[in-house]
Design a protein around this ligand. Sequence first.
Ligand code: SF4
Length: 353
Amino acid sequence: MEKTELIGLSKDELAAQIEAIGEKPFRAKQLWQWIYYRGETDFEKMSNLSKDLRAKLAEHFTITRPKIVTEQISSDKTHKWLLEFADGQRIETVYIPEEDRGAVCISTQVGCAVGCRFCHTGSQKITRNLTAGEIVSQFMVARDAYGEWPSPTSETRYLSNIVVMGMGEPLHNPDNVIKALKILSDGEGIAISKRRITLSTSGIAPKIPLVATELGVKLAISLHAPNDEKRSQIMPINDRFCIDEVLKACQKYQDVMGFSRMITFEYLMLKDFNDSPEDAKELIALMKKYKLGAKFNLIPFNPWPGCNYQPSSNNKVHAFSRMLEAAGYEAPIRVARGQDILAACGQLKSKNQ
Ligand code: SF4
């Protein structure tokens, strides 16, 4: 008999599985806490369950972590795991620590179909979507590494935030991503607050409102250019969903979440491509036109072997930031992290490293 993997089941699905082996539904609640609050993977150690029940659970179910193929820690303490799932497919997960907290950047697909020209991951074709369990278990691997079980209070945990920004386009895999984020934010388990979860998309316009209606987490858009002509050059997805469609979808997100729930626009600073004062002016005009509660995240480009773009100079990045801030938009410059282990934004890749 093939055993059922429990990581990634919703609460209702878990209850149904428990009932199917003849147990009372409240056992599902206990099991949920063992799995997601305590991080336990061994049924035998679930001490408030009877010996018989523990044996029965082990007979029918598994609680699996992906295999850690390699693990690297950069000079700035950024931590990257190359993880392998049961079918041999691999993805990367990164923990980016700040002083007393940090974000785990999780992947949602093996490869990516969007093919942004500046992105290392995008040069690796899409293989498949990750399941909800495979998405959730990346965060669990990180928690294992930092010993954050049982779930610490939100004030004391190092792994405080989640950014859905690793390999893959999350809104090309919305069902599994929604299911996974519901599990990760569930208050009786891992309990990461929705305000500490950010979903970043390349702009799959029809699905963007789901981020508000289904999840209520923060939204980031990879914009990277102030007009369609430039954006299409670096992001072919712009030919499917142009800036107008993306920004209208952002308006729908804010209709549900409120104007004060700022949308972050990611903007990669590429030398002599999108980093001039004219580009900044165009970007500001765009934001004013759509009346969005917006802030920017200016990203210094991390070149990778074989890429065609170069990073903007420091001076230009700072001048760009000052222009946006003068227009009333926060525009911090992201400090590049984990560059020495290719763990920075857009550098993740699971093959041919
Ligand atoms: S930036 Fe994101 S959406 Fe674009 S190719 Fe890379 S992983 Fe895919």
